[in-house]
Unconditional design. Structure first.
Length: 224
């Protein structure tokens, strides 16, 4: 496959680039300041391209005839909801014209609470303290952008509650729109295993528009 990764130098995007290249896919690594030169660990499968996510024309030029799918893995600190929503909409607009599949790496706040399906994680203080609600709200707005867009070929992936760099185990459990937890009650996954799940989804797309993952110990069954 030819896979474009927007936000290719970020915590998630960089792992997606590494995982995709390791599987033999051609990768278009899109970011404002792409990593180039000998110190970047350049790989022949990866083509770094400087693109401003707010420039729709530049996005269209970068993706035309070069991608079968695009992964949106952009984040801002502090959170900028307008940027996330605008970037997601621009990618969907471009992908719709070009017939490209879109996978958006969003936020856990858009998931439903495991015990109460009418309660979003964003509104559950057990998972989202008050200080993180703007981040959760931005993720919900990003999902709504996907849901209301006419492009038919998109997937929104919500990570679990905790996401951080760690080992690539290759073991995870897949779900849909409800937060998943491990048997000991934790909701987490490493960015390396999230990247594994993203590539699995691109290679073998499931029927669900909103999906999530959680770490799975290899001694656990593959499904809940």
């Amino acid at each position: 496959m030819r896979i474009a990764v927007l936000g290719a130098t970020g915590m998630v995007g960089s792992r997606v680039v590494t995982e995709a290249a390791a599987r033999g896919h051609r990768v278009l690594a899109l970011s404002r300041k792409p990593e180039t030169g000998p110190e970047s660990g350049a790989r022949p499968e990866v083509s770094p391209v400087a693109v401003d996510a707010q420039d729709e024309e530049a996005l269209r030029e970068a993706l035309t005839d070069t991608a079968d799918a695009v992964v949106v893995a952009v984040r801002t600190v502090p959170v900028d909801e307008d940027f996330l929503v605008g970037t997601t909409r621009r990618v969907l607009d471009t992908a719709a014209r070009l017939g490209i599949r879109v996978l958006v790496v969003g936020g856990a706040g858009a998931l439903r609470s495991p015990g109460t399906r009418d309660l979003l994680i964003a509104d559950d203080p057990a998972h989202v303290p008050a200080g993180l609600r703007p981040v959760a709200a931005a993720g919900i707005a990003q999902l709504r952008t996907c849901e209301t867009h006419p492009h038919p070929d998109w997937t929104y992936l919500s990570p679990p509650a905790h996401l951080e760099p760690g080992p690539r185990t290759g073991h995870y459990r897949r779900g849909t729109d409800t937060l998943l937890t491990t048997p000991d009650g934790h909701s987490w996954i490493s960015t390396e295993d999230l990247a594994t799940a993203i590539l699995d989804e691109l290679e073998s797309p499931g029927p669900d528009r909103h999906i999530t993952m959680v770490h799975r110990d290899e001694r656990q069954p593959a499904k809940p």
